[in-house]
Design a protein around this ligand. Structure first.
Ligand code: FES
Length: 337
């Protein structure tokens, strides 16, 4: 098995041929930098000083010609062909998170949440250990590459991993999940990963903002907060946006949590009221980040923020928080592509 040496650190680790430089390093407990895990963000770049790797995605957009000239590779896409020496600046991310591992998951249950969001429950071979807000990488039968889906449940010994997933029109991964995989069907899972996990040490009240499949990680965070006696004095404001009323969900899950209405509050918003053909929508009309800004007003810097959703929503939330001078240390999100 190839050995990967990290130059100037004294660290080395083993990386099987079918694993990547980044993930094998994380499995070894090292703070390998990463974010998207799928070749799009560039956070995982390392300099290949010695040895040979093959890329799972040579045309990955996060790598440019300058990187290639300088022998930089994407750690999340690079599998070793030989022993390697790499140069990378390690982070302290590995200290708090459970180490990722590869395992099989069997589909145990499916339930519809909306017309295009479904909850999939998988059973793994060991207790589900992750931090609320993290994700797993899925490799689905017949689908090339991997996709990231966030857990919606909380870690426990049941071995169950729940995911709330929105169907992507024409998407091969969600097409397989929704239309092909049957109860008992097996998938390859890898994780947990992700930096947008619940900071239990923060003394601030919490704001969750989500749209689409972004429901899943912030639901996990809300469940963890409301069930943790150590966080019993935190308020949590949960904003969820959709295009029309048929896209809105989550309230029943939040209502089932202790503290709903006293310290847990739900604020749905729809951005396309014309989709409300029944004329029944009584709630907020507009973008979800605007709703959060209007409810929380000038208090924004007093909160800890977690958000997830389609890239335009995530960018709008980020812009709003930066304009409101919310410190970056209070803003938690993972970039998905
Ligand atoms: Fe590797 Fe994003 S490109 S983590």
């Amino acid at each position: 098995m190839p050995t990967i040496t990290i130059a100037d650190t004294g660290y080395s680790y083993e990386c099987p041929h079918d694993d990547t430089l980044t993930r094998a390093g994380l499995r070894a407990g090292l703070g390998m930098p990463y974010e998207c895990n799928v070749g799009c963000c560039g956070t995982c770049k390392v300099e290949l000083m010695e040895g040979q790797v093959e890329s799972a995605w040579p045309e990955a957009p996060a790598l440019n010609d300058r990187d290639r000239k300088r022998q930089r590779v994407l750690g999340c896409q690079s599998r070793p062909v030989s022993d390697c020496t790499i140069k990378v600046r390690l982070t302290d991310n590995a200290a708090t998170a459970p180490r990722p591992r590869r395992f099989k998951g069997r589909l145990a249950a499916i339930g519809d949440l909306t017309h295009d969001i479904r909850e999939f429950r998988f059973r793994g071979d060991a207790p589900a250990q992750f931090l609320p807000g993290q994700y797993l990488l899925f490799r689905l039968p017949g689908v090339p590459g991997q996709r990231a889906y966030s857990m919606s449940n909380v870690p426990d010994d049941s071995g169950e991993w729940h995911f709330q997933v929105k169907r992507v029109p024409g998407g091969r991964c969600t097409g397989t999940l929704f239309d092909v995989l049957r109860i008992g069907g097996e998938v390859d899972l890898d994780g947990p990963y992700g930096h947008a996990y619940l900071r239990t040490e923060s003394p601030r009240d919490i704001v969750c903002i989500a749209g689409g499949s972004g429901l899943s990680p912030v639901m996990s965070i809300a469940r963890a907060v409301m069930r943790d006696p150590a966080l019993a004095n935190r308020k949590l404001h949960f904003f969820y946006g959709g295009r029309g009323p048929a896209d809105i969900c989550g309230e029943d899950m939040l209502q089932a949590l202790p503290g709903y209405g006293q310290r847990l509050f739900f604020y749905p918003a729809v951005s396309m009221p014309e989709l409300d053909t029944a004329g029944a929508w009584q709630g907020r009309v507009g973008y979800v980040h605007e709703h959060a800004r209007d409810v929380l007003g000038t208090d924004l810097p007093r909160y800890e923020f977690y958000f997830a959703g389609p890239p335009p929503m995530a960018m709008a939330v980020q812009r709003m928080l930066i304009q409101a001078r919310v410190p970056m240390s209070q803003i938690h999100f993972d970039q998905f592509f």
